[in-house]
Design a protein around this ligand. Structure first.
Ligand SMILES: CC(C)(COP(=O)(O)OP(=O)(O)OC[C@H]1O[C@@H](n2cnc3c(N)ncnc32)[C@H](O)[C@@H]1OP(=O)(O)O)[C@@H](O)C(=O)NCCC(=O)NCCS
Length: 196
């Protein structure tokens, strides 16, 4: 029986990273992530200037209080530091399906092993907290690093498609991927925070 999404975000953390809701004052930190032209070149949003980052943060804050909640644009923070170093999005499409996208991390943390934990936590939200059974995603065919990173936390490629994205005014060839709740449950659980 699917659980109806409530507005409150459950605790989503591993020993290393924590997902939290965005705040308007995340602008400076997210500029290092969403404002990084090279890092964002394969994303359907394209690189974001300050006004687009502000708009996305405002949207994240506004949709976080909707009940039932359908949009989770989440900030990823390292434990012990409240400044976001990345982000990931989960949209609830129907009672069983979620879509995840805009998965990005600050350049200095790539290859640190944080990305699979951020992905695992997003799937924990989808499957363990919201009762979804399937999450799908897309990545540019050219973004082979991201496809590899996303398959590390359980996604399997399901096909290819072409889409136009108005936000960046770009048409992209994409790999579609999905992961089921059963696959996620069979995956290793990241280390959890120790006692304070
Ligand atoms: C997508 C993204 C979040 C993935 O993060 P990431 O850190 O690069 O991904 P991974 O954790 O898979 O690590 C990348 C590499 O570091 C290596 N690595 C992972 N953990 C490591 C660790 N603890 N120590 C050393 N190396 C490590 C991985 O083996 C991998 O190497 P490989 O691809 O040559 O096998 C990040 O690359 C990013 O922000 N990209 C730009 C935005 C983007 O394109 N997003 C995708 C949208 S669909």
């Amino acid at each position: 029986m699917p659980v109806h999404p409530s507005a409150t975000l459950p605790v989503l953390e591993t020993a290393r990273v924590r997902l939290r809701d965005h705040r308007a004052d995340d602008l400076g930190a997210m500029r290092q992530v969403w404002g990084d032209a090279a890092g964002m070149r394969h994303l359907s949003t394209g690189v974001m200037d300050d006004s687009r980052i502000r708009h996305r943060l405002d949207e994240a804050v506004a949709t976080a209080t909707e009940v039932p909640r359908r949009h989770y644009q989440l900030a990823a923070c390292l434990q012990g530091d409240d400044r976001p170093v990345g982000g990931i999005r989960l949209d609830v499409e129907d009672d069983v399906t979620g879509y995840s996208g805009v998965f990005t991390m600050a350049r200095h943390l790539r290859g640190s092993g944080c990305a699979p934990e951020i992905g695992w936590l997003m799937l924990k939200l989808a499957f363990a907290e919201l009762g979804l059974t399937r999450v799908w995603s897309m990545a540019s065919l050219e973004n082979t690093d991201a496809v590899r990173a996303i398959t590390r936390f359980g996604f399997t490629p399901t096909g290819e498609t072409e889409r136009y994205f108005a936000e960046a005014d770009v048409t992209m060839r994409l790999v579609t991927m999905e992961v089921t709740a059963d696959t996620w449950r069979s995956m290793p659980v990241p280390a959890t925070p120790g006692p304070a």
